[in-house]
Design a protein around this ligand. Structure first.
Ligand code: PMP
Length: 305
């Protein structure tokens, strides 16, 4: 992705895409301490709009606080940087990736003495789990790799290094022909996908795992609100994998994955093996929200011009 035209926001300045490089002795490259975001902007009838920008910037800054990385920029400066990146690259709809990482002055576990850097890139990115996945659902397999434990990883931060666990799980199951992995927590309860939160529906009630070991997903939060507004009861609780096997419907949520139905888990068909009716209603309402088609959710949109 490095060899292309365009601009990247790097430590306060828009620079040519190909020049946005780091040194091989960058601390974050060696030890994985960095925080990032995944944000989407959609082309709405009223222009390009970023979905839930303040919430994403807040989570990014929460990460820097958790990891004691002193940020030289304010949330307002980062928000403006994101808008500048979209406009300078003339993007109408895109995925936006801000990252904050530790510099290359000094190696060794302690990051002390290193500068903190920020970069923001944006590019066009379609359906993460495929258009077919969005419409027909995907095949998911429980990974043999366990999700983060609360006292070894602080999962309120969306941290670069944590994604080794996601990659291991995703690699394992996609090598065997599945579309995405489900990870369980250290006690064997359902946690989340490699890059998505999980929901299931049983007897008209919408369930999702509580936040102990999974990311506090912004799509998860949006879907909880949308489901409640549609009149569904939403319960956040521990879920077992056999509760998902016997659910009427299941789906993943995420900025990249949006609302993707799960048609199969561990070779068991979920419900009728296709996008369920409540999933479809929630998915439609989610797309209406991100595309600015429902005034109720207009406050979730930040227009870029
Ligand atoms: N869990 C993980 C591990 C993720 O990487 C993501 C994607 N950011 C999510 C859940 C979904 O979070 P969000 O809805 O904020 O994109």
């Amino acid at each position: 992705m490095s060899d292309r035209d365009g601009f990247i926001w790097s430590d306060g300045k828009l620079i040519p895409w190909r020049e946005a490089n780091v040194h091989v002795l960058t601390h974050s490259l060696h030890y994985g301490m960095g925080v990032f975001e995944g944000i989407r902007a959609y082309k709405t009838a009223q222009g390009t709009a970023i979905f839930r920008l303040p919430e994403h910037v807040k989570r990014l800054f929460n990460g820097t606080k958790i990891f004691q990385m002193s940020m030289p920029y304010s949330p307002e400066e980062i928000s403006k940087g994101i808008i500048d990146v979209i406009n300078s690259n003339k993007l109408e709809a895109c995925y936006i990736r801000p990252i904050i990482f530790i510099g290359s002055q000094k190696l060794g576990i302690s990051p002390k003495g290193n500068s903190i850097h920020t970069a923001i890139a944006a590019w066009e990115w379609g359906a993460y789990l495929g258009e077919d996945g969005i419409n027909k659902g995907i095949r998911v397999k429980t990974s043999s790799f366990t999700r983060h434990f609360v006292n070894s990883s602080l999962v309120r931060a969306k941290a670069s290094g944590y994604y080794i666990n996601s990659i291991l799980a995703n690699q394992e199951v996609t090598a065997n022909g599945y579309d995405e992995a489900l990870l369980l927590d250290t006690e064997g309860y359902v946690s989340e996908g490699s890059g998505e939160n999980l929901f299931m529906v049983r007897n008209g009630i919408v369930y999702t795992p509580d936040l102990a070991s999974c990311l506090d997903g912004i799509t998860r939060d949006s879907v909880i609100q949308i489901a409640k507004d549609l009149g569904y009861e939403v319960r956040e609780k521990r879920l077992t994998r056999d509760e998902v096997y016997s659910a009427d419907e299941a789906f993943f949520t995420g900025t990249a994955a949006e609302v993707t139905p799960i048609r199969e888990l561990d070779d068991r068909t979920i419900g009728d093996g296709k996008r369920g009716p409540i999933t479809e209603k929630i998915q439609k309402a989610y797309f209406d929200a991100v595309y600015g088609r429902n005034d109720k959710y207009k406050s979730w949109l930040t227009f870029v011009k």
